[in-house]
Design a protein around this ligand. Structure first.
Ligand code: PEP
Length: 254
């Protein structure tokens, strides 16, 4: 990470875990442990826990995010939640394009782009996920895959809006598998994504863009991954459900 030009952000993705009581309890445990973290701290929780999480995080350094949003602001989209609805209840971040959304819910680069635009228009900060499948890595096309995903996702996004975009490099084969990318693989991929951003918006914006690594990051491997110059934080799944582990990852930034 290069903290002189960009923010380090550690974000937890709770996925479909925790009820409201557990949300309150876990945020209560995490908050004192991360109060002096040398990074921004975000927790992305299930929709039904968002208001509880916003209340529990008030007065702490923790910001709250959702895990998806729809691209229309209202309409006949049964089961969906708009970005405006999230912003209205105090949510500040939203994950867009997580590989589980792409895999199970038909999310495409095009819908990722639409959702990203809607989130920005609602005033949310976006954690935009890109990453290759194992076969794509084995074919040696990781950088091409992330470049394509990044370019389509950012299509129509202005240079001025880039300050509200965090990109999360999340190799699909590393998510929830216990098999993290090596720090060299993570650094290389984050640097390649930064080069793609530079091609779109110029070097100054690319250098200022936070690019996280996500995929089985934990208390034991965080320091090594975060020591790399192009890795500006982490998107953390499993380890964000345990207060001490998540706090240790935030602590590894220091
Ligand atoms: C994720 O869900 O974005 C993720 C990185 O999960 P995990 O840390 O469990 O691999």
């Amino acid at each position: 990470m290069n903290r002189s030009v960009r923010k380090t952000v550690i974000a937890g993705n709770w996925k479909m875990n925790n009820n409201r009581a557990q949300t309150k309890e876990l945020i209560g445990e995490i908050a004192p442990l991360v109060k002096d973290a040398g990074c921004d701290v975000v927790l992305c929780v299930p929709y039904t826990n968002l208001e509880t999480a916003v209340d529990a995080a008030a007065g702490t350094v923790i910001k709250i995010g959702a895990q998806n949003c729809h691209h229309e602001s209202a309409g006949a989209y049964t089961g969906e939640i708009s970005a405006d609805m999230l912003a209205e209840i105090g949510v500040e971040y939203v994950i867009i394009g997580h590989s589980e959304r792409r895999q199970y819910y038909g999310e495409t680069d095009k819908t990722v782009n639409l959702r990203t635009k809607a989130a920005l228009a609602a005033g949310l900060k976006v954690i935009l996920c890109v990453g290759e499948h194992l076969a794509e890595r084995e074919y040696g096309i990781t950088d091409e895959v992330t470049a394509l995903q990044t370019k389509v996702a950012l299509s129509g996004i202005t240079a001025g809006q880039m300050k509200d975009i965090i990109i999360a490099y999340e190799p699909v084969w590393a998510i929830g598998t216990g098999r993290n990318a090596t720090s060299e693989q993570a650094d290389h991929a984050c640097a390649a994504i930064r080069a793609t951003v530079a091609g779109l918006y110029g070097d100054q914006i690319a250098q200022a863009t936070t690019i996280q690594y996500g995929g089985s990051m934990n208390a034991a491997n965080a320091a090594e991954l975060l020591s790399k110059k192009d890795v500006d934080g982490g998107l953390i799944g499993g380890a964000s459900l345990k207060s001490k582990d998540f706090a240790a990852i935030c602590g590894a930034v220091n």
